[in-house]
Design a protein around this ligand. Structure first.
Ligand code: PLP
Length: 397
């Protein structure tokens, strides 16, 4: 382990990414898979995880921001790539030049991408987004006929190709929720309108991980899997990762920075929310909210130390938190495992989500850039750029 990873590290298992992609593809055999690697691969490292996903057959990568897509291209990715969160004046021209599929939800965006395509003399790849009920981005159904007609006109002019029509679910993690059927019906209407306008998209897609797992009729031509490829369950109610053949990719651990005996009645961490019930051993874990450990997990977050589950004692501070080891012994430098796949009996990201009142997505994604990502391949260190201890934003990571 190199020195930067001695304090703490997020081990990222690329073999698990590949096996998760295969498991997800098996569940959607009629569709291609887009590995969603936005927000630096949900905190796991977009470049390395995207590459592993490609190796396991992901035909597409997806990001929210154009800058995230550019970073993948800069790292050598040449496959189909889409990004969907645009604001006026965005870097359309670069996206066109780099053959990135861009999402368009309204006429202003269609105009900007068409202008960029004319300026660089290259057809843009445009995917039109319909808001089927999420109420977030996407064209309202009332404006859809106008948008599809305008897109078809631009296509006839040769400035763009409409490569996709797509949408996003609001409640796919709640099977049976009435919005699911309503959104599917609206999506089918939107596809019919696009067809009537003369558009022949390559891919129609609406499924995220929970829809991929529970709703085969939503698979269409492409499924967009984010959280599933990282082996985290989209919702504990749907099941644990292993119920879907998924394996958690990230293991977050730290070396104990201090272990000491203290008397009973000793206040612990800011505000003294915890007081030792008797003479005991306190261990200091050098990770805090600056590293993405939720302060909401003060007094509740689970940690495996010296073979036992312990709970964060008192407040999570910016850089550190304390666990009470009871009568147990431990040494500075021993490992505290916050979450991982569970092989050593450690908690899961879902356990942290429960402790902090959030979702597993947030737990892994918020792990900060101060925590080095260490890429492994199953038990072995991963080959390729940005290996042991490389910061995820650094060389090749
Ligand atoms: C993040 C995102 C996804 C992936 O969702 P998961 O639930 O993580 O699979 C898919 N589509 C869009 C538009 C997204 O923003």
């Amino acid at each position: 382990m190199n020195e930067t990873a001695k304090r703490a590290r997020a081990a990222i298992d690329l073999a698990a990414v590949r096996s998760n992609v295969r498991a997800l593809r098996d569940r959607a055999p009629g569709a291609e898979l887009m590995a969603v690697v936005k927000s630096d691969g949900y905190g796991h490292g977009a470049v390395r995880c995207g590459r592993a996903a490609r190796e396991a057959g992901a035909a597409w990568l997806g990001t929210a921001l154009p800058e995230e897509a550019f970073a993948l291209r800069a790292a050598g990715d040449t496959g189909r790539l889409m990004c969907w969160l645009w604001t006026p004046g965005g870097p359309w021209r670069r996206a066109v030049e780099e053959a990135i599929d861009v999402s368009v939800s309204g006429l202003w965006a269609l105009r900007e991408v068409a202008d960029a395509a004319r300026a660089c003399g290259r057809a843009a790849r445009v995917q039109l987004k319909i808001d089927t009920g999420l109420g977030r981005n996407g064209c309202q159904p009332a404006d859809w006929a106008e948008l599809t007609a305008a897109a078809r006109a631009a296509e006839a002019e040769g400035v763009l190709a409409v490569t996709g029509v797509w949408s996003h679910f609001a409640c796919a993690d709640e099977p049976g929720h009435p919005s699911i059927a309503a959104q599917l019906a609206e999506f089918r209407r939107a596809l019919a309108v696009a067809d009537a306008a003369g558009l022949r998209p390559e891919v129609r897609h609406i499924a995220n991980t929970p829809a991929l797992l529970t709703l085969p009729e939503a698979h269409f031509d492409l499924v967009r899997a984010g959280i599933g490829i990282y082996g985290v369950s989209p919702s504990p109610e749907l099941g644990a990762p292993e119920d879907f053949g998924l394996r958690p990719v990230m293991t977050l651990e730290a070396s104990l920075a201090s272990v000491k005996r203290v008397p009973g009645g000793h206040g612990v961490s800011y505000g003294h929310l915890y007081t030792t019930p008797g003479e005991t051993t306190l261990a200091l874990v050098p990770l805090g909210y600056a590293d993405g450990i939720p302060r909401h997990a003060s007094g509740t977050g689970p940690v495996l130390v010296a073979g036992k589950w312990r709970t964060v004692a008192g407040r999570v501070a910016m850089d550190q938190f304390v666990v009470d080891l009871g009568g147990d012994r431990a040494e500075a430098g021993e490992q505290a495992v916050l979450f991982g796949p569970g092989d050593r009996g450690e908690p899961s990201a879902e356990d942290w989500a429960r402790a902090a009142g959030t979702i597993g997505y947030e737990i892994v994604t918020r792990i900060g850039s101060r925590v080095p990502r260490v890429y492994v391949d199953g038990a072995a260190p991963a080959g390729g750029g940005g290996g042991d201890g490389a910061a995820r934003t650094g060389g090749g990571a």
